[in-house]
Design a protein around this ligand. Structure first.
Ligand code: SF4
Ligand code: SF4
Length: 460
């Protein structure tokens, strides 16, 4: 594989590898929305008593993906808008869930393969699958042309492989075997960052023992964990076959093992809580719907802090309206709010500041981690054509050129210069000395192109 671009960001606040258990809450706020999922179809009524694992809502646009009750309790639909609140919650014993009794009558004659895929959907493991070519959730009944398992997040502050795999390597190995058994003749690519960690040696052993695994080592630089980019680098975007490329991360492989080996519900996940605004940065095992204020109270600094759902480069600031942990969250990143202008900032020569351009005196220091704040981006200035965005872009496009066309709404030109290749990694925005929100502009251009294509399709 030929890698271009990428960048090793050195920022303070990287979570440690320990996974902590959170105290049991009194209630849960289950968001009906997340990045890809929208639970538009409610399956319960206000004040209804539900059991652990009962389906509370479904995403009608995504193969009826279920929102499961992580605990038994009483449903409240009006307490918080766009959430299902579960009150008087009770934890049930961690027992196997009988999926067979839950299969709709019409589907009772499913073959063993379909039953396995149904179990993944019903037990909450299908949410971990995406199509690497479109970024959407794939059809559980469809057949992929390949599977990519990307072991570690390379974006700063997101859950790391060491924490996810700690004492669970055999579960990961079994999950891979189940994943392989779900498809016929589709190659399985296991993507491992090039590190010397103990977990890397264990992963290599698993790959050595299973000839159906194609192990690919990638540079340990962001964003070489990006599934869209990996699919392209492997060459899966070529040829007439347009079937999906399933992409699953380490957590997803664990969820597959939990669902198919033990028939247990996937109602919690390991997420990172870190970033330069965190008092302590680590990993927690949290159930879906866990109250965010309760989760953050021991981690957040007392000074104003922005909470980002995801990593600093690809995540979105959490709005006041979200009260509980959503089904897709991989990490919460805390960044100090810094809105004040620094008086005579130009007189400080920047021993503590990094830039891609090596403008500051920090270049003469040995490597160090910088304290990132929301003010690090400062004010937008015109593009100075420095080319840094082009250097780091892993998609081999020219971000500043696309940005200039997109800014003038010249969509045909943006398309011609490779808009479709942008994987939305955000590195261009991060390194830009003029603080231009290139990623956001290109994202809006991609959305505008999608809308145009849709309206052409509807009118033809
Ligand atoms: S990094 Fe920013 S200033 Fe430099 S070429 Fe790209 S858009 Fe222009
Ligand atoms: S143009 Fe797209 S792929 Fe390239 S660096 Fe920017 S966000 Fe990443």
């Amino acid at each position: 594989m030929k890698f271009k671009g990428g960048y090793d960001l050195q920022l303070k606040g990287v979570p440690d590898k320990e996974v902590r258990e959170l105290p049991e809450p009194d209630l849960l706020y289950l968001p009906l929305f997340s990045n890809l999922i929208n639970f538009s179809q409610l399956c319960v009524k206000d004040a209804e008593e539900v059991t652990q694992g009962q389906i509370l809502a479904k995403d009608a646009e995504n193969y009826s993906l279920p929102l499961l009750a992580p605990r038994a309790g009483t449903v409240k639909l009006e307490t918080v808008p766009h959430h299902i609140t579960l009150e008087k919650i009770q934890k049930s014993p961690d027992e196997a869930f009988n999926v067979e009794t839950d299969i709709p009558e019409a589907d009772k004659k499913l073959g063993s393969l379909e039953k396995k895929r149904y179990a993944l959907l019903r037990l909450g493991a299908w949410q971990f699958f995406t199509d690497a070519t479109t970024g959407a959730i794939p059809d559980p009944i469809g057949n992929p042309r390949a599977i990519i398992v990307s072991i570690s997040h390379l974006e700063p502050f997101l859950a790391c492989a060491e924490a996810l795999l700690n004492n669970r390597i055999s579960s990961f190995s079994k999950g891979l075997e189940h994943l392989h058994s779900l498809v016929e003749n589709a190659p399985l690519y296991l993507i491992l960052p090039n590190t010397k960690s103990a977990y890397a040696a264990q992963i290599k052993n698993i790959a050595r023992e299973n000839s159906w695994i194609k192990l690919l080592e990638v540079p340990s630089k962001y964003p070489f964990d990006n599934s869209k980019l990996l699919a392209r680098l492997i060459g899966l975007d070529k040829g007439p076959d347009k079937s999906p490329v399933w992409c699953v991360g380490t957590e997803g492989v664990m969820a597959i093992d939990l669902a198919l080996t033990s028939s247990k519900l996937c109602i919690s996940r390991i997420i990172s809580i870190g970033g330069p605004g965190a008092k302590t940065a680590g990993h927690v095992n949290a159930i879906i719907g866990y109250p965010l204020t309760m989760m953050l109270e021991t981690y957040r600094e007392d000074s104003p802090t922005r909470v980002i759902n995801g990593g600093v480069l690809t995540g979105k600031a959490l709005g006041e309206e979200q009260k509980g942990l959503d089904i897709e969250c991989q990490g919460l990143t805390l960044v100090p709010e810094h809105n004040k202008r620094e008086l005579l900032a130009f007189t400080r020569l920047g021993f503590t500041k990094h830039t891609y351009s090596n403008t500051f005196l920090s270049v003469i220091r040995p490597p160090f981690r910088e304290r990132y704040t929301t003010g690090i981006r400062g004010e937008t200035r015109p593009c100075i054509s420095c080319g840094f965005c082009q250097d780091v872009c892993p998609a081999e496009i020219i971000p500043h050129l696309l940005y200039k066309y997109a800014d003038k709404n010249r969509l045909e030109e943006v398309e011609r210069f490779g808009l479709g290749l942008c994987v939305q990694c955000g590195l261009c925005t991060h390194v830009c000395p003029s603080k231009i929100e290139i990623k956001q502009v290109l994202f809006e251009a991609q959305e505008a192109v999608k809308q145009e294509l849709l309206s052409v399709e509807q009118h033809s």
